[in-house]
Design a protein around this ligand. Structure first.
Ligand SMILES: [Fe+2]
Ligand SMILES: [Fe+2]
Length: 163
């Protein structure tokens, strides 16, 4: 596991560990520029890991009585991310000759939806990695941070949550 993480450290051990592991998986896409099968395997692993992580954050929200409106906004962002990863997986899996063009469109739509920078026209793995990286940094530093701030303000004892 790498020491570097571009997201703020929350102080919640399980959550911070998740964020670092998610970045390590994304880094694999950047460093290895994998072939189609490896790409598919990494995206699948990311999908599963993100689901586990989102569930941990959900448990934390319920336990600390996070206000409904903020909870809904946060969960919606998680759902959008999971849906996008499913779309990437489906497309890579479809083995279509148009997959690269379609992927380019999909990544651009995903980034526009998430309000992040436009993509360059790199390989599919790098385009997906760019989207995932930017989404994770933005989501963690904004949405997750609101949850951590709320916990701090209310003095909720997060060690009570059994992850
Ligand atoms: Fe998170
Ligand atoms: Fe989150």
């Amino acid at each position: 596991m790498s020491d570097y993480s571009p997201v703020k450290v929350s102080g919640f051990k399980a959550i911070d560990q998740d964020h670092r592991s998610l970045f390590d998986l994304i880094n694999k896409l950047m460093q290895d520029d994998p072939d189609q099968q490896d790409l598919f395997d990494i995206i699948k692993a990311l999908h599963a890991y993100a689901a586990e992580h989102f569930d941990r954050e959900f448990q934390l929200m319920v336990a600390c009585d996070f206000p409904a409106e903020m909870k809904q906004e946060h969960l919606l962002d998680h759902a959008r991310f999971s849906n996008r990863i499913s779309q990437f997986t489906d497309l890579i899996n479809s083995d279509s000759s148009r997959a690269v063009t379609e992927l380019d469109k999909l990544v651009q739509a995903a980034k526009a939806e998430a309000g992040i920078d436009q993509v360059d026209h790199a390989s599919p793995a790098r385009q997906i990695a760019a989207y995932l990286t930017q989404w994770l940094i933005r989501h963690t530093n904004q949405m997750d941070q609101k949850l951590f701030d709320f916990i701090k303000q209310t003095g909720f004892d997060a060690s009570k949550v059994n992850f």
